[in-house]
Design a protein around this ligand. Sequence first.
Ligand code: PGA
Length: 258
Amino acid sequence: MTARSPIVGGNWKMNTDRAGAVALARAVAAGVRPLAGVQTVVFPPFVYLSEVAAALAQSGGGASLGAQDCYHAEKGAFTGEISVGMLKDCGAAWVLAGHSERRHVMHEGDDLVNLKLRAALHAGLSVILCVGEKLEQRLTGQTDTVNERQVRLGLRSVEPSELARIVIAYEPVWAIGTGKTATPQDAQDAHRHIRSVVADMFGTPAANALRIQYGGSVTAANAQGLMAQPDIDGALVGGASLKADEFTAICAAAANAR
Ligand code: PGA
């Protein structure tokens, strides 16, 4: 099996303030610096990206910087939107595409998610494509169908050479921010199916090299069991990423699982 190095993202969502974001970035950078073999990315709100970039650089660069969203147009009359060029200008190397809150609170569809993902790749950024089923879809046996559709449409027209800059985050919507986590086995089953879809699209070697994170109420307490699964290559963490100690413990669990 291909050895995949785990990656853990901290999605701060619409939390922190200017001073809090800088302090959290410094604490995360210090916490993850001694950890070998795990990549760490933090996703602060847009307005704090530059300051967090500076804080991470001053802290020795142990963690990378990402943005929570982007818009696919280069520039122009798109009030309130942020281009990928602007994100790069602020120091971001990563961007999330299709987070469940973008899909279900802001009503973004798969076509828009795909446009954003491709714009980010085109600009040289790396992308975490988020997919996952809602509770009623799981209860009616549609988990694999929903994930497959979101993966196929999300990755439509992506070049094979670009896949190395993509990570998929499997985040069941019912597990996000609810304290309900998928069991390690349920998560593993979904991850294995997602990897098989990517294998069908891009071939088995590329699919085996692709990192697939689990997200949805990941904590220091449940990370170890999730990270032990063969197709789980890290975590995308919301609530627990706002506490540097807990986030560091999740990063350590991902590092130790390999
Ligand atoms: P949560 O969020 O860890 O708070 O459930 C995860 C996410 O939305 O990425």
